[in-house]
Design a binder for this molecule. Sequence first.
Ligand code: PHE
Length: 345
Amino acid sequence: MNLIAELESLVEKLKQNLVQAVSLSDLEELRVSFMGRKGQLAGLMSQLKDLAPEERPAFGQKANEIKNALTDMLDRRIEELKAKKEAESLAAFDPSLPGRMPWQGSLHPITMVMEEICAVLEHLGYDVASGPEVETDFYCFEALNFPHDHPARDMQDTLYVSDGIVMRTHTSPMQVRSMLGSKKPPVAVIAPGKVYRRDSDLTHTPMFHQIEGLLVGKNITFTDLRGTLAYLTRCLFGQQTKVRFRPSFFPFTEPSAEVDVSCIMCNGQGHIKGEPCRVCKTTGWLEILGCGMIDPNVFKHVGFDSECTGFAFGMGVERITMLKYGIGDLRMFFENDLRFLQQFV
Ligand code: PHE
């Protein structure tokens, strides 16, 4: 076969090879094999010098033609493969699929309920205050009229930081701080925050949240306390909620009471469709907070005169949140399981 015929045969050869090329890398291999520096075309070109001088121009012209033809063939096949790939990925794409929602954070249920309670009380005119979680014995106990041998000071309940320094066991030290801070009545303050106790089991955690309320002025009576708490509990649990005050004891209030609301699961019936209510254990009532009229001894500690009267109340936010949302396990608040938290968005 003469050289020109050999050149021409390259076109047919590439044509056959292209049928089998299915990927871009196959094509690259073919390009190198036909048109690379040591490829078949270059091999034939190197024989130019063996030709008679008058044959050379025709051969050179043919070689150029073939080179262009091969390049065109390869380029066309590359375009074909690219278009095929694109069509395939478009076919795999389902435009009717719902989009992926952007990740959105949300408030922790405890924060939500805390903000809700504060909003109700702020609406009534209370200011929000915050204070240290590491407290002195004076604010946490002494000024709140805890006798030195009171069990709440016992190592069992209180986490001691050092002698006379404690992790606050309740938000009631904020009563003392608010009264000392404002110097004279009236004082209307709420204090939400973390409190700590040496307690850990299924229904107790070493840290939990409380909200303290304090109203001090002239002629503040137990009736005002009742009205305020009835209003608050109805805002939280619904207008049909009943409240009940039971006599109790706290060193810093006199008289003291614990407040129950009618059970939100069984509407205070104690039973649901004949079955005993598990939430209130058939009593129809749920305890939600402690309260009372400020003990005159507390006023003495902060230098308020004996004309003053006032009330305070304190509630556990975890407990109220559990009741409000029917959450059965306290530990869920602390596990940060997104499946739980995302239900409160
Ligand atoms: N501090 C009390 C407790 O932690 C609750 C309370 C607050 C009671 C205010 C009376 C007045 O149990």
